[in-house]
Design a protein around this ligand. Structure first.
Ligand SMILES: O=C(O)C(=O)C[C@]1(C(=O)O)C=C[C@@H](O)C=C1
Length: 354
């Protein structure tokens, strides 16, 4: 089998897959409706924007938003006649149903879903190790060829993920519980903050940040995900509505606090059920925290200086000082690069927090 792959959609997930496949020795060809995304991904080392020889392509990964999946998968099956085609969409049943009756070559399609992402989107947020140690669900259907399932298995291996095989209906029910409902709860919680006064928000600690991180995710993408998994999500949400009523009654009841405590105990039980082993960060990085003035061009200059130092930044986070007009940019790098980067930044006139 050739090791030529096409990644359709050079966003966070597509570019991260391109980086991982390239590192594993695949030749990756990047495609995106927005050519600048594909070029940025190419610049990051995720593959090339040059077109492949279509019959030489063994794998196509479709990483486009949910509503565009059916058409993009159909197009890939048609354009790359020898390739296994997979997608990385968060909901599987609707896409398969749409392809089922009218799509030739369906035996070469095997759905999949990496359980990894970020609240940030676009190729610049991509990381080669985004999937390391994460679960990646493969959802073969009745007509999937075993040889195609094997190709998707290779993709999962190349990305360093942990494979789980599941049928599409079970997958969609599972992600309603472990991904879609948590997203909605985070979104609802963060939404309540919009009318909280700034003086109150200034007290926010890590607890609030923990429960609202994913609320910053792309609204257009999530609207499509939830709409695609309507029935399963509604089922879980109605359960939450009942729990919320029980909780309100428990808080109202001043005589009996048992029910209120039971609600907290149920929460503790729930956290204990999350398999911790695969939830940890895939790699441990060191951090270099640089102060940035709240001024136009400061961020671009900082990145230029980091780039000139030849350091590969694995992740970034920005915090704003609540009093001074500055921000703090935390650059995650491999531990052996921390001291050198701190020195270079200080030499370049930046204030580095130690
Ligand atoms: O942690 C994040 O930022 C995610 O994007 C996570 C997450 C998830 O719920 O696990 C969100 C949706 C995707 O389909 C896969 C991953």
């Amino acid at each position: 089998m050739s090791r030529e792959a096409v990644v359709v959609g050079a966003g966070l997930i597509g570019t991260s897959i391109g980086l991982a496949l390239t590192a594993a020795g695949w030749g990756v060809h990047l495609r995106d409706r927005v050519i600048s995304h594909a070029r940025v991904a190419e610049g990051l080392g995720a593959g090339t924007v040059d077109p492949p020889v279509s019959r030489e392509v063994a794998l196509v990964v479709v990483a486009v938003p949910p509503r565009a999946l059916g058409e993009a998968i159909g197009h890939a099956l048609h354009s790359y006649p020898c390739a296994t085609v997979t997608d990385v969409g968060s909901v599987k049943a609707g896409v398969l149903a749409a392809l089922w009756d009218r799509q030739a070559g369906l035996e070469r399609y095997v759905g999949s879903h990496p359980m990894a992402g970020s609240q940030h989107s676009g190729p610049l947020a991509a990381r080669a190790d985004l999937f390391a140690d994460r679960t990646w669900v493969i959802t073969p259907h009745r007509r999937s060829a075993p040889s195609s399932v094997a190709v998707v298995h290779e993709l999962v291996q190349a990305c360093g993920a942990r494979e789980v095989v599941m049928d599409v209906e079970e997958h969609d029910a599972a992600v309603a519980s472990v991904s879609h409902l948590p997203q909605l709860m985070s979104t609802l919680t963060a939404g309540t903050l919009t009318d909280v006064p700034d003086t109150h928000l200034a007290l926010a600690g890590p607890g609030l940040r923990d429960v609202t991180r994913i609320a910053a995710s792309d609204p257009v993408l999530w609207e499509q995900i939830i709409a695609a998994n309507q029935a399963a999500v509604l089922d879980r949400l109605r359960g939450v509505r009942m729990s919320l009523d029980t909780l309100i009654t428990a808080i109202e009841s001043t005589a009996d606090r048992d029910e209120l405590r039971r609600q907290f105990e149920r929460g503790v039980d729930g956290t204990r059920k999350i398999p911790g082993k695969h939830g940890r960060a895939p790699a441990t990085y060191g951090q270099v925290v640089v102060e940035i003035p709240d001024a136009p061009g400061a961020l671009a200059k900082l990145f230029a200086d980091v780039g000139a130092a030849g350091v590969n930044v694995e992740d970034i986070a920005i915090e704003h000082d609540q009093v001074r007009q500055v921000g703090y940019l935390a650059l995650s790098v491999t531990p052996d690069q921390v001291a050198g980067l701190e020195r270079t930044m200080r030499d370049g006139g930046w204030v580095v927090s130690s």
